[in-house]
Ligand binder design. Structure first.
Ligand SMILES: NC(=O)c1ccc[n+]([C@@H]2O[C@H](COP(=O)([O-])OP(=O)(O)OC[C@H]3O[C@@H](n4cnc5c(N)ncnc54)[C@H](OP(=O)(O)O)[C@@H]3O)[C@@H](O)[C@H]2O)c1
Length: 309
């Protein structure tokens, strides 16, 4: 976490370990994994994979009926009642402070804590070849502020024992630094020693203000899926800061970009299935403690520079 590109390369050892869960699991049926936005797409596939691996999975979704149905489908696929997967549904809208607070209280009171958090929930209102910024505020509120709000609410509840707890932020290479053309913002985000959360918030506020007054074009913001890309840029930067903040505290923080995956977000277009992406994400969430990095950006299983200058 000390170099100028701390979400930097993962080693080839990490790469192999991410492919499949380890042979001798470090987790038990008591290990609690929370997955957000898990009623469909990559989140659903990831929750199913974690359940298949025998963890106690909390599948969350903002819609009660869709979430219940998704959890029931995982249980059905896993086998007869009693022998099936340990998946429970809990409602959680990551963009709603009251919902996040209620969820954190439930994790504390009903579960006594958690071990893995996957911030997967996100929105995009862009078509593949369009660049709408009409819903920028919702996109930032969900993809960046929502993930951060939930993370901060759950941080005191990570058990951190017997192994390191994990936060995996499902991000995107659209939020890598090479997509940002504004030299001052790039400098700011690269200066790890000086970067603060307030700087990241300032960047997001400036972006939203420019969207509001219509001056955002030509200001060096990412050109593809601009609002979504800024949300992931902010999430990546926050992940790096959080990883540094938690160094030595037995909570790792990493990002994962699944690449172009066939889900609702891409209107069913992409290079791979949600199941493939969910499987790789689960492999990263379950990395053996000795192989578990922090402050890394995983692009699929390929080592990737956070900054990609
Ligand atoms: N698909 C890709 O090519 C791709 C590439 C790079 C990164 N990603 C990332 O992968 C993750 C999963 O995306 P996906 O492709 O699986 O998309 P998806 O099928 O659209 O799933 C997104 C999920 O997020 C949920 N969600 C949205 N807003 C929420 C909120 N406020 N609170 C709680 N849940 C909310 C959705 O719930 P509803 O059903 O209620 O809307 C849905 O379950 C996202 O972080 C995305 O940015 C995807």
């Amino acid at each position: 976490m000390s170099s100028s590109s701390s979400m930097d390369c993962v080693s080839s050892k990490d790469k192999e370990a991410a492919a499949d869960p380890p042979k001798a699991p470090w987790w038990t049926g008591e290990t609690v994994a929370v997955v957000t936005g898990a009623n469909r797409g990559i989140g659903l596939a990831l929750a199913a994979r974690l359940a298949e691996q025998g963890l106690s999975v909390v599948l969350t979704a903002r819609d009660e009926a869709r979430g219940e149905a998704a959890a029931a489908a995982i249980r059905r696929a896993a086998g007869p009642p009693g022998l099936g997967a340990a998946v429970r549904f809990r409602r959680l809208d990551v963009a709603d402070p009251a919902s996040v607070a209620a969820f954190a209280s439930w994790v504390r009171d009903a579960l006594g804590g958690l071990d893995i958090l996957v911030n997967n929930a996100a929105v995009s209102f862009n078509e593949i070849d369009t660049n709408s910024v009409e819903h920028a505020e919702t996109v930032l509120r969900t993809n960046f502020y929502g993930a951060r709000m939930l993370t901060e609410a759950l941080l005191p509840l990570f058990r951190r024992a017997p192994t390191t707890s994990r936060i995996l932020n499902i991000s995107s290479q659209l939020g890598l630094l090479n997509k940002l053309k504004d030299p001052a913002l790039r400098r700011m985000l690269l200066d790890e020693a000086a970067l603060t959360e307030r700087d990241i918030e300032g960047m997001v506020s400036r972006f939203l203000a420019e969207i509001g007054d219509g001056t955002w074009r030509g200001r060096g913001w990412p050109e593809v899926w601009t609002d979504y890309a800024v949300s992931k840029l902010a999430l990546n930067a926050y992940s790096r800061l959080l990883a540094a903040r938690l160094a030595g505290e037995r909570v790792s923080v990493n990002c994962f970009c699944p690449g172009f995956t066939r889900t609702n977000m891409t209107r069913g277009i992409g290079k791979r299935t949600a199941e493939e992406a969910g499987r790789v994400a689960a492999g990263l969430a379950l990395l053996p403690p000795r192989d578990l990095p922090t402050g890394k950006f995983f692009k699929w299983r390929t080592p990737q520079l956070y900054s990609k200058l």
